[in-house]
Every structure is written in C-alpha cells, then in structure tokens.
Ligand binder design. Structure first.
Ligand code: GCU
Length: 357
C-alpha cells in the first residue's frame, strides 16, 4: 500500500510541477514556476506588497548590555525605512551570543513575536544563545496592529491600498525582510544562515516571508495551519470561511472568494511551502492542535517535496505512514516534526529548529 500517496490523491491538489498553461515544469524552469506561484498567492491570498525600500537606517535606543549569565548581549534598536508617505520606524530587540566562533559570525533567527517582552514564553533566550545563535525580535503590533483598523495605522497607513493590496500577514513578513536588510549592516551575522521564525499566524507570516525573500536560508513554521502550511482542501479544523470571517485583515480581499469553495482555488498551500525551494523549510506541529490540523500540514510537506526533488535537493524523507508524536523527519530539506501537547511555540520546537539552522 502507498498510504501517503493515496491520502494526497484524495485531496485533488492542483499540479505543483505544471505551469498555469499546462506545460510541465523542468528543473531549469523551476524559478520561473516559483515566481508564477508567488504571483498567484499574492493576487488571491496575501496581497501585493511594496518593493524593498531604498534604505534601512538603524539607531540604538538601548545600548548593548550583557545578560543571561553574560552569555548574551542584548540591545534595542529602531529601524527606519522610507515609504510612499514619509519614513516609518519600528523597534527591534537584538540578542547576540557573547561567545562566538573565530569568524565572529553566528547563525541568526528573525523572530516575529506576539509580545515585546524578553524573555518570553515563545523566546527561550538562553537555549538559543547556548546553541550559538543570535536573534532579531520584532513585536508584530509595532509594525501593523493585529485587529480591524481599516489599515489606518502602522505601516499600512504609509502606502496606498489602491497600489498595494497586502494584508497584515504581508506587512509583518515585509518587516521581517527589513530586519534582514539591517543584518546586512552588522559584522556578527552569518548571512548564509539566517532563518525566519514565527508561531501560528506568525508561522504563516514566516512562511510567506521566506517564500518571497530568498535571502532567508530557512523558514521555521510553527503550528501555522490554515492559510499557512496546511492543505486547505478537505482540511479539518479551521477553513477559509472561518479565517476570512474572523481575520479578514490578514489577507487581500480576493481570498474571500474561496469561502466554502476550496476546490475552486487555482492554488494550494503546498505551493506556498514549495516557494521556499531550494532553501529549507521546517514545519512544526502539535498533536492537540486540531484547529491547525497536523495531518494536513504533513500532507502539505509531502506534496511540496517534488519541487526539491526536481532541482536535485531532497524533500521530506519519511516513512509511508502518518506521523506520531515524537516523530521528527529532519534529514531532507523539508523538515517536519510532531510533538505531543497543544498549540504553542515551545522550547521543544525551538530545539528542533536550532539543530536545523
Ligand atoms: C486563531 C486563528 C489561526 C491562528 C491562531 C493564532 O486560532 O484562527 O489561524 O493561527 O489564531 O495565531 O494563534
């Protein structure tokens, strides 16, 4: 029996390795296909974002200070970017391990987080610096308020909606890319090993960010579920109807067309996962997170994997069965883990991501 193949066939997914005009995608045309899928996802789901700004200026607002048994240096900065309507500034926190290799450069996570506090239950600082990694933390409400404000505040108010249709997921993702712009100016970040990480709605954001911004070597997509990593067709838990009703401002208006009409979508979420190819994706799931649906997340990792195989990399390497708690399939460029417990970005999840960066 070919268990996973059968489960995937039942979802009747749109073809990943076929252009919209039906032409088969070959390895040399993968990038072309990736851009085609990104365009579909921008048009139908997340909206169009402004291009990268001409500059990112940084200003230290709280000078570097040793903390965490002096294992980390913590500082706070403001990042400022030009927009269509003047400059926009948002704060970041920076945590750099004190002990660094001879090169001075360390792998770095851009963490888009739910809270500004440090440490935070989703931000186990000591475990991260002990693994030799740095973090730039963005507090998402500093970029765009996570609520219905008719796009009147934050970065949203700096661009015209007639020009850019982005929802808040797109805005938070854009800010994470600005953190990468900033990293290009420091001497301690290993720019070949920068991952973007987020949990839940911010896991959707991390995935969308890495799909668009090829400078990120990896996306760590924690419990992202609906409109993130999970296949939508026949998904359990949250569906397009619920997410667009409760959080319409995360997306562009077009996405609402697919309420109770998932089979009408000319795309699926495995397109989004595959847009990170040939770089790495790490998908983290929790057994009790039925709203996100770990099975649909796993199937998405499997359905996206042929993209990596096409370009000579490895997709998910897994047994022909559904995962059980404690499973981690980490030997391919598409990594997946399922842990016991509820919806959360736990230190256990972080430990997986820390081994993969
Ligand atoms: C809600 C929402 C999910 C989202 C989650 C979160 O449950 O329906 O799509 O992932 O919030 O961000 O915590």
């Amino acid at each position: 029996m070919n268990c996973i193949k059968e489960l995937l066939a039942a979802r009747k997914l749109p073809e990943l390795l076929e252009f919209a005009d039906g032409t088969k995608v070959t390895a040399d045309r993968w990038e072309e296909r990736r851009l085609e899928m990104l365009d579909i996802l921008r048009r139908e789901e997340y909206g169009y974002a402004p291009p990268a700004p001409a500059y990112v200026r940084s200003e230290v607002i709280q000078a570097p200070k040793a903390d965490y048994a002096n294992k980390a240096t913590v500082s706070y900065l403001n990042l400022t970017v030009p927009t269509d309507k003047g400059e926009f500034t948002f704060p970041i926190a920076q945590v750099v391990p004190t002990k660094r290799p001879e090169s001075g450069k360390v792998p770095t996570f851009v963490l888009i987080n739910f809270r500004p506090e440090l440490p935070d239950k989703y931000f186990p600082v000591e475990d991260i610096v002990d693994a030799g990694c740095a973090v730039i933390r963005i507090y998402y409400n500093d970029v765009a308020f996570d609520g219905q404000d008719n796009f009147a505040g934050g970065i949203a108010s700096h661009f015209d909606r007639s020009k850019y249709t982005w929802g808040k997921i797109g805005m938070w993702a854009w800010a994470a890319s600005r953190a990468f712009d900033y990293l290009e100016s420091v001497d301690w970040a290993d720019l070949s090993r920068v991952a973007v990480i987020g949990h839940s709605r911010l896991g959707k954001t991390a995935l969308w960010c890495a799909a668009n911004d090829t400078r990120f070597a990896m996306a760590c997509v924690n419990n992202s579920g609906c409109s993130g990593d999970a296949i939508t067709r026949d998904k359990k838990g949250e569906r397009v109807a619920q997410i667009t009703k409760n959080f319409p401002f995360w997306f562009c208006d077009n996405y609402r067309k697919y309420c109770n009409n998932e089979y009408g979508m000319p795309f699926e979420q495995h397109f989004l996962v595959a847009c990170v190819c040939p770089r790495k994706v790490a998908i983290g799931c929790a057994l009790d997170d039925e709203w996100a649906d770990p099975e649909s997340q796993y199937l998405s990792a499997c359905a996206a994997s042929p993209a990596w195989e096409l370009v000579g990399k490895t997709g998910i390497i897994h047994p022909d069965r559904l995962p059980v708690p404690g499973d981690f399939f980490h030997s391919g460029d598409v990594a997946y883990h399922l842990r016991a417990g509820a919806h959360f970005l736990s230190t256990e999840d972080w430990r997986h991501y820390l081994t993969l960066i």
